[in-house]
Design a protein around this ligand. Sequence first.
Ligand SMILES: *Cc1c(COP(=O)(O)O)cnc(C)c1O
Length: 393
Amino acid sequence: MTNNDIKKLDHDYIAQTYGRFDLALSHGKGCDVWDFDGKQYLDFTSGIGVNSLGWADEDWLSAVVNQAGKLAHTSNLFFTEPSAQLAKTLVNTSGLKRVFFANSGAEANEGAIKTARKYSHDKYGKDRATVLSLVNSFHGRTISTLAATGQDVFHQHFFPFTQGFEHTPANDIQALEQRLKENDVCAIILEVVQGEGGVCALEADYMQAVQQLCQSQDIIFIIDEVQTGIGRTGSLFAYQQFGLQPDIITLAKGLGGGLPIGAFVLGEKVANTLGKSDHGSTFGANPVSCAAANAVLAKIDNHFLAEVSRKGEKLRQALADLPHVKSVSGLGLMLGIEFEENIKAADVVAKSIENGVLFLTAKTKLRLLPPLIISDEQIEHGISVLKSVLSKM
Ligand SMILES: *Cc1c(COP(=O)(O)O)cnc(C)c1O
């Protein structure tokens, strides 16, 4: 098949919900990927923060193949080894207490929200079920996580959304204090770096103050680490760089290194809030996905994380010096570029594809989420292509 054959099938048979790049990918290795016409690309997208080890990492691949040959699926009526091991690793590395496995980021957030509501309901009864999230946040595409998502563009067409969700402005602790006076809030959810919102890092003082308010008013503090987690920002979880202790974290994207898996990790306060049959998922804790995640986590040690930070800093500095760049935001290998007004990020992405390098956008910014294993040479190549694209604009 050629790129065009595949495009035609997609156009005829797949629900047309995505604005795709004009290429069909065939196979990849590390940070390199080829399309169906044989052209090679260097990847700064990681499948939107998923392929943390790049494509076809050998240890990841053998873990997946091995597990698929033993047990691909069992249902949650049985104990399985990969999920038990993975939960232990997530608990030990986060300092939280228990894990529930789901299949995506939205599902992980749904579960976290259910947990917070049940905690509050058990302790305080009805009328304390409001979930606050931040303006400009992104938490998923289900009807409830869309309600949590603080961007109006997502609040069209699908009414009525789930009740009991409100948005408070990021980095404005007074607005939050004021809102909490109504005594109806059970949870606050935030991203340490708002990814889909344009790679906007929250202020450290603000997050500390949110945590303090949560602690003093027994509100469940949820950190959505779906995009920032699993080494992306230079620590295993982004909250660890800010001395935070959330009650729940949610994970997905980078966790499985390319296979679908989500998780929410519960701290002491809510470790036993969900009891038998309070929550479930047919595919959750899939042994192959969990084996993949175990292979990812086995690679992310302190040296690996220090490398993510170093490479992130190198990339950030080089990007700041490129033509037409107004500012660079983000943390670790999760970076966003704001251009001067006359430069459109989508045009820069399209031109870069022509030149064999893949980037993302986030709102009006160009977004970089390279595989965490990207080499210095590959970083330099990506920068040189971006430089030549920008100097012609
Ligand atoms: C991508 C993302 C989600 C949604 O994850 P899905 O796996 O697409 O459901 C939720 N929260 C954040 C912060 C994300 O970046």
